[in-house]
Write a protein that binds this ligand. Structure first.
Ligand code: GSH
Length: 282
């Protein structure tokens, strides 16, 4: 069951609106926040919807403030939705202790381990509960839905798309965590949220999921070569090999000199919105 969203603030942007909302989430058993950009054409007709999942330490705000996506969403006629990256202030001891786990680091999984399982149901939240709420309250065409993200959110976007190719028509990522089972961020998050059963971890690892699931349209990934997390945490080469093994079309663009920041994202954001617009408007 979804609850009506409460509008916190609204600003005009490229003749459309950026709105910040809170609502009660049944999946996460508490208040969640998200933001929506509605381009000017949303006043005239329902539009395709594109979800952006942010990375570690982010909220629903970072992308809306820093990516510069509104100009192109207005141009291409896409509604943008950015959820928060985790439940917050839910009273779990240690939830604020690290920047790469707990608050701001939900990893887009449904936790099975106590005490996280009562609230950290981000996979269900972003794939089911939030889209149902968006469909109900905003002028979207529900079967024209795409997803993209950055870093932890790039991992989330790839996992959501590979597990639900019927629900997402397009997927892309900036500097995604491509093989979370093989990197410290992923291993820390999965062991605490999911327990020790590594077969369960595979259901949230894009490089593993490719063994059983292919996406029906090409995947676009941009990766900066000066990203400080590239060699230890992101591992795009593992994902590339997994794509090759199953003939999954992948455009992996290594961008010389770019780091992990939103300066990198904003440089290539237009290409990503175009990638999604082509698939979502086809
Ligand atoms: N806090 C970390 C960095 C965390 C980080 O780079 N987060 C990325 C996502 S993985 C981000 O988008 N940060 C928010 C921002 O740049 O606005 C550090 O100090 O090394």
């Amino acid at each position: 069951m979804t609850h009506d969203p409460h509008l916190i603030s609204e600003s005009l942007s490229f003749e459309g609106t950026v709105g910040f909302y809170s609502h009660h989430s049944s999946a996460c058993n508490g208040e969640m926040k998200f933001a929506v950009y509605q381009p000017p054409t949303a006043k005239e007709r329902p539009l395709p919807v594109l979800y952006f999942l942010s990375g570690l330490t982010c909220t629903e705000e970072n992308f809306m403030i820093k990516a510069g996506a509104q100009r192109f969403a207005a141009e291409y006629g896409l509604i943008l939705v950015t959820p928060d990256t985790s439940p917050r202030n839910v009273g779990i001891v240690g939830e604020e202790e690290s920047w790469d786990f707990g608050t701001g680091a939900g990893f887009y999984v449904d936790a099975t381990q106590t005490p996280w399982d009562r609230h950290y149901q981000m996979y269900t939240y972003v794939t089911t509960e939030l889209p149902a709420l968006i469909h109900h309250h905003f002028p979207v065409v529900p079967n024209r839905q795409g997803i993209f993200g950055h870093s932890m959110g790039g991992h989330g976007a790839l996992v959501c798309a590979l597990r639900n190719p019927d629900r997402y028509r397009s997927v892309s990522a900036f500097a995604p965590i491509c093989a979370p089972m093989q990197c410290p961020w992923g291993q820390k998050a999965f062991s605490h949220y999911l327990g020790s059963d590594r077969t369960h971890w595979q259901t949230y690892d894009a490089s593993e999921l490719l063994r059983i699931s292919k996406f029906h349209s090409p995947i676009l990934i941009d990766q900066g070569t000066s990203d400080q997390f590239l060699a230890t945490q992101l591992l795009p080469d593992v994902f590339q090999k997994a794509c090759e093994a199953v003939d999954q079309p992948l455009e992996l663009r290594l961008q010389p000199g770019y780091d992990h920041s939103y300066y990198f994202i904003s440089t290539f954001i237009k290409d990503h919105l175009r990638h999604h617009a082509i698939a979502l408007n086809a």
